[in-house]
Design a binder for this molecule. Structure first.
Ligand code: TLP
Length: 350
């Protein structure tokens, strides 16, 4: 069976242009700084997000965790949104690797209220940990791929600067945010000291993410990456795909957003399903199947049998993610399959 795979944009395969660039890439030992293709990627990436320097990391998780490690000292406290990826999905790494603790602040559509952030910053007191870092996530995954408004980021960044704190942006899907806002990514990254973004999600590279910041900070991050086993050797084969990702694949994300809207509008018309349309801002759609009296897992299992893959994200909510490897036709077909499966559950015949 040919599946329509809407589990995540992480499932994308490298494009033919990437395969060619990878095969032809000039390489060297990147730990010695001698991989010309990697040097080119890191320079291009830094320029695109308006930072002095950039570092290739093996994954988004590694990039975020190197960032936390480089911004903090043991025993510090980090402020993050309660459902942020760094807190929710990174295997407790910030506690394990950096020995810091999380102070979570609930968000609205992924955005923390600046007043709540201000209130969460610790004052000087012998009992308190030191707050050293605020993490933001744009687009916000568990909120449904929502975009943080620029004025929200700006306000939190200014609060951080006044308090002497750093701001790290988990921009795994930074280019989706920039596309949705219709701005250059630099308009987003000017409100953070460091940013991580993924080459391997909607941008289709097979492996890798970028961490960017100022030069002295990236030098320290490079050493932390080495400590975590992320110093790579002839990594130019991966960087070559990353260059294609940045030059070509950042330009087509509006197509994924249009397909997500198509899915959302289709799902919203199906009895028993609920779609919160204000969350449909980029390439994700969250669908609540509670109205059918089933769990997200049961619905996901039934879809799989019919050739559609989607992940349950909450007990009754499934996430559908559009990307380069699903077409508009695939999305139209997925809506029909979802309609059929929902109808079967509604009539108790699934
Ligand atoms: N997200 C994955 C899963 O881990 C949930 C997905 O399928 O969406 N930040 C954000 C906002 C992310 O969504 C992800 C991946 C990461 C960081 C981590 O990236 P990787 O998977 O490269 O470590």
């Amino acid at each position: 069976m040919k599946y329509i795979d809407l589990r995540s944009d992480t499932v994308t395969k490298p494009t033919p242009a990437m395969r060619k660039a990878m095969a032809e890439a000039e390489v060297g030992d990147d730990v010695y700084g001698e991989d010309p293709t990697m040097n080119e990627l890191e320079k291009l990436a830094a320029e695109m997000v308006g930072k002095e320097a950039a570092l290739f990391v093996t994954s988004g998780t590694q990039g975020n965790q190197v960032a936390v490690m480089t911004h903090t000292r043991r025993g510090d406290e980090v402020i993050l949104e309660s459902e942020s990826h760094i807190y929710y999905y990174e295997v407790g790494a910030m506690a394990t690797l950096s020995a810091v603790q999380a102070r979570t602040v609930p968000g609205r559509l992924g955005a923390m209220d600046p007043d709540d952030v201000r209130a969460a910053i610790r004052s000087e007191n012998i009992h308190f940990p030191r707050t050293s870092l605020i993490c933001l996530e744009n687009t916000h995954n568990r909120a449904g791929g929502t975009v943080l408004p620029l004025d929200n980021m700006k306000e939190i960044y200014e609060i951080a600067k006044r308090a002497g704190l750093s701001v790290h942006l988990d921009g795994a899907r930074l280019f989706n945010a920039a596309t949705a806002l219709g701005v250059d990514p630099k308009e987003i990254t000017k409100y953070c000291d460091s940013v991580m973004f993924c080459l391997s999600k909607g941008l289709c590279a097979p492996v890798g993410s970028i961490l960017a910041g100022d030069s002295a900070w990236i030098k320290r991050a490079r050493k932390n990456r080495k400590m975590l086993g992320g110093g790579l050797r002839q990594a130019g084969v991966l960087a070559a795909a990353g260059i294609v990702a940045l030059k070509e694949m950042t330009l087509r994300l509006a197509e994924d957003h249009a397909n997500a809207r198509l899915l959302a509008e289709g799902f919203a018309r199906i009895p028993g399903l609920a779609v919160d349309m204000q969350r449909v801002q980029t390439n994700m759609v969250m669908v609540d199947v509670a109205g059918l009296g089933v769990t997200g897992q049961q619905f996901s299992d039934a879809l799989l049998e019919r050739g559609v893959k989607a992940n349950p994200m909450r007990p009754t909510v499934l996430r559908f993610v559009t990307h380069n490897d699903v077409s508009r036709e695939d999305c139209l077909k997925a809506v029909e399959i979802v309609r059929d499966v929902a109808g079967r559950f509604a009539h108790g015949v699934a």
